[in-house]
Every structure is written in structure tokens, then in C-alpha cells.
Design a protein around this ligand. Sequence first.
Ligand code: SF4
Length: 251
Amino acid sequence: MSDYYNPKRSKKYNYGGRYWKLSRSKIDLFLECPKCFYIDNKLGTKRPPGYPFALNSAVDQLLKKEFDLLRADGGTHTIIKEYGIDARPVNHENLDEWRENFKGVRHTHKKTGITVSGAIDDLWINSKNEYIVVDYKATSKNEEITALDKDWQDSYKRQMEVYQWLLRKNGLTVSDTGYFIYCNGRTDVEKFDGKLEFDITLIPYVGNDSWVEETISEIKELLEKDEVPKADPECDFCNYRKRVNELLDKF
Ligand code: SF4
């Protein structure tokens, strides 16, 4: 078994356990498949994760450093100027905690008692004193990335909306407009020379967090049931699992 995956994790991390909380990625899993969500959070076995991409983390760290330098002296960034945006990186006494993966921005939802969490990448502010959620993304695609128009990018939009909701619940006035900083690794340069070059684009997204509260209530309702939800008949993973079980049953 790899260092990254334990199919038999401690019950303390299941719903009702001391360490269980609802991260924004768990909310996304619920929306993708309630059955997988239930098996993970109630029964305690999650799907094997996508393995960490060290290059993505390196880009995140470098962007954080770059924006932190500006945050310290109240400056703005060339990309903010280039796009003519009313914003600057801002400090907040809780920012370090809000950026930490196992802490993040947290809020306990009154109606369900569920604690929701999510770690933001960056926080900016505009001249109306509205906080702005900023998320970094790193990839390598042949085309220029200027919009979030692919189906799979809906999860990025939901991610932004959960962060906006969490910050609002922590008492901040938050702009509906957040930004994705997209770093696209270039493969069209003549020589590598041990350096990876990136094209950086800034993509605005106007969020709407009105779905979040209702979804948390639906999650609570599901987790209180002693019944595993139905699988999606179109899901390749489940069809694979079913077929493997059928084959192995013959032995
Ligand atoms: S259909 Fe099955 S494998 Fe697919 S996401 Fe749902 S429970 Fe998981």
C-alpha cells in the first residue's frame, strides 16, 4: 500500500468522529456521487486520491511568495495592473491559518452542526473594502486559457463559491467576483535549458453561493441515513468494480 492511501482509516475521521469535517472537496464529491461520498464519509473508505503533483505545489508556493512580498509593502502586482483590476493583495490576521490545508477557513453551520472548511490560496481587497478570493491553478495546455468553459471546470467555480461563503460566514464583506490565476506551462519554446516558462492569465469569475447552505442540509440528511445511495449507472469506476466482483465470484 502506498504512503498516500489507507483504505481502512481510523473511525475518528468518519462522520460523527472527532476529526470529521466537511471540506470543500467533500462537498464536491457529494455533488458528483452521493454513493461514493457516503462510502467515504460514513463507512470510512475513500477513493484512492489523485497523487500529488509536485510541480503544481511548486507553482503555488512561488505565487504565494510573490504576492506575500507585495502584501507586506501594500503594493500591487503587474498582472493586476495589466488586467486593470481594482484590487491589491491584502493581509488579515487569520490569513496564514486560512491558507493551511488541514485548517483553512472554517464555519460551523448552525442548522446541521456541520463544520465546513476550505483552504484559500490568496486574499485581495478592492477599493470598496470588499475582500476578493483568489485561487491559483497550474497546468500545461496548448491553447491559451482565458475562460472556465469546460464542464470539469465547474468544480473550480463551486470551489470559489464555497470559499466566498466561508469568508462571509467569518464576518468578511466579500466581492462576488473572484479570480483564478492560471499558470500554463509552455511547450512551444525552442529549448528547455532546465527552465519551465509559464503564460499567466487572470480569469474573473462571478460566484453565487446560494446553493451552499441547502447542499449542507442535504449532506446531513444523507449522512443520518443507514442506507447506501444508488450508484450512477454511467460511472466507469462502478461498472469496473461490478465486473471485477462478477469475475471473481466465479472462483
Ligand atoms: S457510481 Fe460508484 S464508483 Fe462511481 S462515483 Fe459513484 S459510487 Fe463511486
